[in-house]
Design a protein around this ligand. Structure first.
Ligand SMILES: [Fe+2]
Ligand SMILES: [Fe+2]
Length: 253
């Protein structure tokens, strides 16, 4: 494969693998190298984080023709099996990020990916209350700002110009449009967007907001894409990422 001026990123999230959808994504994934140079997965890959659904996920992702990098989502932790899911995905060839990063050389270009699950915490105009709600709700509220710091550190550790921030929770409100505003604080965290700007990301990808919108932008101008499968309504979106330039072209049809 020769050197090109752009990389093709395929991305999706919220597959919620379960028997009812097993095999649904496999044909598109096997065809990935015709459309993209890598696949990024932004969490909630299993329904309920069960062992059985993890195996369905791994069957979906086995032996794909492009590298695959993922973060887990809140539902992947429903049964406290995050380490198990990470291990099984790693066995399957997927790089799973959690507060760290990876660098790939694709088409002659180095691309860095920094990933965290993220958490909630709210946004200006849509603040969250970390003292209210269930224990799980409060834990998510605490995790948002903590994971924002971890994302910033992971981005800062990347020594390449093209840097993608991969999270499950949303970093901006723009890509939540379509969701009820009352649940915005639970869907993401402004601190994630600040980390993406401070860490000079080229592009940010997230999931979690099933009824949100695909396209947004941080305050600092970094393009944000909500790649939740129910938003995309296709197995994955493909974005042409111009290398050595801080912009992303519109999604391919
Ligand atoms: Fe989800
Ligand atoms: Fe989620």
């Amino acid at each position: 494969m020769g050197t090109t001026a752009s990389l093709r990123l395929a991305a999706t999230a919220d597959l919620h693998l379960r028997p009812a959808v097993a095999g649904k994504f496999r044909p598109g994934f096997l065809d990935l190298d015709r459309h993209a140079d890598l696949l990024l997965l932004a969490g909630d890959l299993t329904e309920g984080g069960t062992v059985a659904n993890t195996e369905l996920l791994c069957a979906e992702l086995a032996d794909l023709p492009v590298p695959v990098v993922a973060v887990l989502g809140n539902h992947d932790h429903d049964e406290n099996r995050g380490e198990f899911i990470t291990r099984r995905l790693t066995d399957t060839g997927v790089v799973v990020l959690d507060g760290d990063s990876t660098v790939l050389t694709l088409c002659g270009h180095r691309i860095g990916i920094a990933g965290v699950m993220g958490g909630s915490g709210g946004f200006p105009g849509h603040p969250g209350d970390p003292e209210r709600g269930s224990a799980e709700h409060r834990a998510r509220m605490r995790r948002g700002p903590v994971d924002a710091r971890r994302l910033r550190q992971a981005l800062d550790g990347l020594d390449c110009a093209t840097r993608v921030a991969l999270t499950h929770f949303a970093p901006v409100v723009e890509t939540l449009a379509g969701e009820r505003e009352s649940i915005y604080p639970g869907l993401g965290c402004h601190a994630l967007g600040e980390a993406i700007d401070a860490g000079r990301a080229t592009l940010a990808l997230h999931g979690h907001a099933h009824a949100g919108s695909e396209c947004g932008r941080t305050e600092g101008g970094v393009p944000v894409r909500n790649v939740s499968y129910p938003v995309l309504r296709r197995t994955y979106a493909v974005y042409d990422l111009a290398v050595d330039a801080r912009r992303v072209r519109p999604p391919s049809p």
